[in-house]
Design a protein around this ligand. Structure first.
Ligand SMILES: [Fe+2]
Ligand SMILES: [Fe+2]
Length: 148
Protein backbone atom coordinates (compact mmCIF):
# COMPACT_ATOMS: atom_id res chain seq x y z
CA UNK A 1 0.00 0.00 0.00
CA UNK A 2 1.48 3.30 -1.05
CA UNK A 3 1.08 5.36 2.08
CA UNK A 4 2.17 8.99 1.81
CA UNK A 5 5.50 8.49 3.54
CA UNK A 6 6.43 5.59 5.79
CA UNK A 7 9.79 6.17 7.41
CA UNK A 8 8.94 4.06 10.49
CA UNK A 9 9.56 7.04 12.75
CA UNK A 10 13.24 7.10 11.82
CA UNK A 11 13.18 10.83 11.13
CA UNK A 12 10.88 11.89 13.95
CA UNK A 13 13.73 13.13 16.17
CA UNK A 14 14.98 15.32 13.32
CA UNK A 15 11.53 16.71 12.64
CA UNK A 16 11.34 17.63 16.35
CA UNK A 17 14.81 19.19 16.26
CA UNK A 18 13.97 21.23 13.19
CA UNK A 19 10.85 22.50 14.86
CA UNK A 20 12.71 23.41 18.07
CA UNK A 21 15.38 25.26 16.07
CA UNK A 22 12.74 27.27 14.27
CA UNK A 23 11.23 28.29 17.61
CA UNK A 24 14.69 29.43 18.77
CA UNK A 25 15.19 31.42 15.58
CA UNK A 26 11.80 33.02 15.97
CA UNK A 27 12.73 34.05 19.54
CA UNK A 28 15.96 35.54 18.21
CA UNK A 29 14.06 37.50 15.60
CA UNK A 30 11.79 38.90 18.34
CA UNK A 31 14.86 39.95 20.30
CA UNK A 32 16.07 41.84 17.25
CA UNK A 33 12.69 43.38 16.52
CA UNK A 34 12.38 44.55 20.14
CA UNK A 35 15.91 45.99 19.99
CA UNK A 36 16.48 44.88 23.58
CA UNK A 37 20.28 45.09 23.93
CA UNK A 38 23.38 43.90 22.04
CA UNK A 39 24.14 41.70 25.09
CA UNK A 40 20.75 39.98 24.84
CA UNK A 41 21.37 39.36 21.12
CA UNK A 42 24.84 37.98 21.87
CA UNK A 43 23.43 35.65 24.50
CA UNK A 44 20.60 34.54 22.20
CA UNK A 45 23.02 33.85 19.37
CA UNK A 46 25.31 31.91 21.69
CA UNK A 47 22.42 29.70 22.82
CA UNK A 48 21.21 29.18 19.27
CA UNK A 49 24.74 28.28 18.09
CA UNK A 50 25.06 25.62 20.77
CA UNK A 51 21.64 24.28 19.87
CA UNK A 52 22.40 24.15 16.15
CA UNK A 53 25.83 22.53 16.65
CA UNK A 54 24.19 19.68 18.55
CA UNK A 55 21.66 19.31 15.74
CA UNK A 56 24.37 19.16 13.05
CA UNK A 57 26.25 16.51 15.03
CA UNK A 58 23.07 14.41 15.26
CA UNK A 59 22.53 14.70 11.53
CA UNK A 60 26.12 13.83 10.64
CA UNK A 61 26.77 11.03 13.13
CA UNK A 62 26.83 7.35 12.18
CA UNK A 63 23.28 6.17 11.55
CA UNK A 64 22.11 9.76 11.88
CA UNK A 65 20.01 11.71 9.44
CA UNK A 66 22.30 11.56 6.40
CA UNK A 67 23.28 7.92 6.88
CA UNK A 68 19.60 6.99 7.03
CA UNK A 69 18.82 8.90 3.84
CA UNK A 70 21.76 7.43 1.93
CA UNK A 71 21.06 3.89 3.22
CA UNK A 72 17.59 4.24 1.82
CA UNK A 73 18.56 5.98 -1.42
CA UNK A 74 22.28 5.74 -2.28
CA UNK A 75 21.79 7.88 -5.39
CA UNK A 76 21.17 10.88 -3.11
CA UNK A 77 24.65 10.71 -1.57
CA UNK A 78 26.14 13.67 -3.41
CA UNK A 79 23.22 15.88 -2.40
CA UNK A 80 23.57 14.67 1.19
CA UNK A 81 27.31 15.46 1.11
CA UNK A 82 26.62 18.96 -0.20
CA UNK A 83 24.19 19.57 2.68
CA UNK A 84 26.79 18.36 5.20
CA UNK A 85 29.21 20.91 3.75
CA UNK A 86 26.66 23.64 4.29
CA UNK A 87 26.81 22.95 8.04
CA UNK A 88 30.37 24.26 8.28
CA UNK A 89 29.48 27.32 6.20
CA UNK A 90 26.48 28.10 8.41
CA UNK A 91 28.54 27.74 11.59
CA UNK A 92 30.99 30.26 10.13
CA UNK A 93 28.16 32.60 9.28
CA UNK A 94 26.88 32.26 12.88
CA UNK A 95 30.35 32.94 14.30
CA UNK A 96 30.51 36.13 12.23
CA UNK A 97 27.08 37.14 13.48
CA UNK A 98 28.19 36.48 17.07
CA UNK A 99 31.31 38.65 16.57
CA UNK A 100 29.21 41.42 15.12
CA UNK A 101 26.78 41.15 18.07
CA UNK A 102 29.63 41.32 20.58
CA UNK A 103 30.85 44.55 19.00
CA UNK A 104 27.34 46.00 19.14
CA UNK A 105 27.08 49.65 20.16
CA UNK A 106 23.28 49.76 20.14
CA UNK A 107 23.21 52.41 17.40
CA UNK A 108 20.47 52.44 14.77
CA UNK A 109 23.02 51.48 12.13
CA UNK A 110 24.20 48.55 14.16
CA UNK A 111 20.65 47.27 14.80
CA UNK A 112 19.72 47.55 11.19
CA UNK A 113 22.84 45.76 9.97
CA UNK A 114 22.44 43.11 12.68
CA UNK A 115 18.90 42.58 11.48
CA UNK A 116 19.96 42.28 7.82
CA UNK A 117 22.72 39.81 8.62
CA UNK A 118 20.39 37.77 10.76
CA UNK A 119 17.78 37.66 7.98
CA UNK A 120 20.45 36.46 5.59
CA UNK A 121 21.33 33.64 7.96
CA UNK A 122 17.64 32.85 8.52
CA UNK A 123 17.07 32.45 4.77
CA UNK A 124 20.12 30.23 4.36
CA UNK A 125 19.14 28.10 7.32
CA UNK A 126 15.51 27.68 6.20
CA UNK A 127 16.59 26.75 2.68
CA UNK A 128 18.97 24.16 4.13
CA UNK A 129 16.34 22.59 6.36
CA UNK A 130 13.82 22.53 3.50
CA UNK A 131 16.38 20.74 1.32
CA UNK A 132 16.81 18.14 4.05
CA UNK A 133 13.07 17.60 4.25
CA UNK A 134 12.95 17.26 0.44
CA UNK A 135 15.74 14.70 0.59
CA UNK A 136 13.77 12.50 2.98
CA UNK A 137 10.66 12.81 0.83
CA UNK A 138 12.59 11.83 -2.27
CA UNK A 139 14.45 8.96 -0.61
CA UNK A 140 11.24 7.35 0.57
CA UNK A 141 8.98 8.14 -2.33
CA UNK A 142 11.55 6.74 -4.67
CA UNK A 143 11.60 3.59 -2.57
CA UNK A 144 7.80 3.23 -2.61
CA UNK A 145 7.79 3.63 -6.39
CA UNK A 146 10.55 1.08 -6.95
CA UNK A 147 9.21 -1.69 -4.72
CA UNK A 148 7.81 -4.71 -6.56
FE1 LIG B 1 21.47 20.04 8.42
FE1 LIG C 1 18.59 19.89 9.90
Amino acid sequence: MATELDTSGKFDPFVDEHEALHFSLRDLRWLLEDRQSPEAVSQGLFEFSEHVKTHFVHEEETEGFFDSVVDQAPHLKSRADALVEEHAAMLQQLAQLARFAQQGDGSNDWWSRMNDEFERFWQTFCRHERSENDLVQEAFHHDIGSKD
